[in-house]
Design a protein around this ligand. Structure first.
Ligand code: NAD
Length: 529
């Protein structure tokens, strides 16, 4: 296998790419109303009971009807997984990696189509939708190769006479993957491909907002040659299908990315031993953030302003890594606030499929109401520096304008709780000490950053800012597989970093083999008795 390289993003400044994307979007609209079946034991299962996937830029458009799994489908998927996993886990890692690599190839071949579906279903502007596809391809290629490194047992203390000691890994068994809608292809594929590369069987429960993106994942894995039963995909509500998978006694690991509230619920459920359960359940929980960028007195505002705007309002702030707090040293408060106000007002908001649009809609009505409520609260309890009007757009889709607030203390709920939308608050500070203190004073520890031209400040921030991913003089979103392993701690999650060298070990159990080689004779060679 060739060494891993990241999938390059498409260049939409090229007319051929723009035209191809426009055609793919037109085709996706024509296909609206398509059915999305379950994947169960290698078969696609279309059920009469469905739920809709709507276009958040235009909620009257039903893009797809997804089959809703029931209890019998969960039991059938578990039974199929238990039958199929041992043979899959016994295959050489290189063969599993080849299956995942073929799945990546399938996605490459459907690159525009995949980006178009994500644009319509998740409300992602073109470049972000394309980045979602690239990341999914990267995960498939990266984890397959990582497993090839981990597959061979490691010999330990080889100088000890009369004894051979080796340590290695084996698959864990059955993994339930529960995924969010905000990277509907990439994150679901990341958790799923890691579990598969490690030799496990997977039952995926995608987010109910994005079944179409999940169907791309299913197509890719089946086209790649994942054996029947090793992978199933069950659509449906988290409260029923997700919760039933979490509770199932045969599930050995729950890989979850989503909200803190659901993550904590999963942690509680996983700790409850149920009849028939054969071991402790593991969890990987990748949760939210309330991420901040510090702007010190020496920052280059020409860089800081676009980096903050990109981090706060890219994909309408619906990234766990999004910047929702801007911590500003008093010396630059005035010019930075003025420039951020103008930059926020200039963000082009509109339907995600329009090529010039920088910020699309929120995912659903509930999120729209939550953000509208936050904007009103900031107006009442602080100062709203900027919040435009979406006009008729706000009726047609789940749009809210990007909002910038000030006049709120760092402990105010709007500066503490994850809102998951295009809302950022400016927090002035009088010293660098205070800047670091404020950055660290939330329950989360996911991403953070500094804009500065003072080396000692940068070095100190690297040491003292308690976040999983820290960025210097650049946006704080957009981690790339293999280059910026991603994940946080505290209430931002437990588990090792996605897209990094330690991630796969969570999907494996380690085993040590210790043999006394001072044998007392041998049985005839090759004969097992
Ligand atoms: P969510 O927690 O509402 O849903 C995530 C998944 O959990 C969905 O598939 C949902 O159906 C399922 N679910 C809901 N209730 C469940 C239950 N009781 N049992 C089992 N499954 C259940 O989150 P969301 O709105 O889809 O995603 C947004 C959240 O995800 C934000 O908090 C964001 O910060 C976080 N996120 C974190 C990362 C990360 O890497 N740390 C990445 C992306 C998103």
């Amino acid at each position: 296998m060739k060494p891993f390289v990241n999938e390059p993003p498409l260049d939409f400044s090229r007319a051929t790419h723009r035209e191809a994307m426009a055609q793919a979007l037109a085709a996706a609209h024509r296909a609206a109303g398509m059915r999305v079946p379950l994947v169960l034991g290698g078969e696609r299962v279309d059920l009469p009971r469905t739920f809709p996937s709507v276009n958040p830029s235009n909620h009257r458009e039903v893009l797809a009807l997804a089959s809703e799994a029931g209890e019998s489908h969960i039991q059938a998927a578990v039974a199929a997984a238990l039958r199929a996993q041992p043979a899959w886990g016994a295959r050489p890692a290189v063969e599993r990696a080849a299956v995942l690599s073929r799945a990546a190839q399938h996605l490459r071949a459907r690159r525009m189509e995949a980006a178009a579906w994500i644009t319509l279903e998740a409300g992602k502007p073109w470049r972000e939708a394309d980045a979602d596809v690239c990341e999914a391809i990267d995960f498939l290629e990266y984890y397959g190769r990582q497993m090839m490194h981990l597959a061979a047992p490691v010999a330990l203390q080889t100088e000890i006479p009369g004894e051979i000691n080796e340590c290695g890994f084996r698959a864990l068994g059955l993994v339930a993957v529960i995924a969010p809608w905000n990277f509907p292809l990439a994150i679901a594929m990341g958790m799923t491909s890691a579990a598969l590369a490690a030799g496990n069987a997977v039952i995926l429960k995608p987010a109910e907002q994005t079944p179409l993106a999940a169907s791309l994942l299913c197509d890719a894995l089946l086209a790649g040659g994942v054996p029947d039963g090793v992978f199933s995909c069950l659509h449906g509500p988290g409260e029923t299908v997700g919760a039933a998978l979490v509770r199932h006694p045969e599930v050995g690991l729950i890989a979850f990315t989503g909200s803190r509230a659901v993550g904590l619920e999963i942690l509680r459920e996983a700790a409850t031993v149920r009849e028939g359960q054969r071991g402790l359940k593991r969890t990987i929980l990748e949760l939210g953030g309330k991420n901040a960028i510090i702007v010190d007195a020496t920052a280059d505002l020409d860089t800081a302003v676009p980096d903050i705007i990109h981090s706060a309002f890219g994909y309408a702030g619906q990234k766990c890594s999004a910047c929702s707090r801007v911590i500003v040293l008093q010396e630059v408060l005035e010019p930075l606030t003025a420039r951020l106000r103008d930059a926020t007002a200039s963000v082009i908001v509109g339907p995600a499929e329009e090529p010039e649009v920088q910020m699309g809609p929120l995912i659903e009505g509930e999120a729209q109401a939550r953000l509208r409520g936050a904007i009103e609260r900031a107006r009442r309890e602080g100062e709203l520096i900027c919040a435009g009007e979406t006009g008729p757009l706000g009726e047609r889709g789940f749009f809210v304008p990007p909002a910038l607030a000030a006049g709120l203390s760092p402990s105010h709920p709007l500066a503490q709780e994850e809102l998951f939308g295009p809302f950022a608050v400016i927090l002035p500070v009088v010293s660098f000490d205070e800047a670091i203190e404020v950055l660290n004073a939330t329950p989360y520890a996911l991403t953070g950053g500094i804009q500065s031209r003072t080396l000692p400040n940068i070095e100190r921030a690297k040491r003292e800012c308690q976040v999983g991913n820290f960025y210097i003089n650049r946006p704080i979103t957009g981690a790339i597989v293999g280059r910026q392993p991603f994940g946080g701690f505290r209430f931002s999650g437990i588990g090792s970093k996605a897209g990094g060298p330690d991630y796969l070990k969570q999907f494996l159990v380690a085993q040590t083999w210790s043999e006394n080689t001072m044998r007392h004779g041998f049985a005839p060679l090759g004969e097992a008795v």
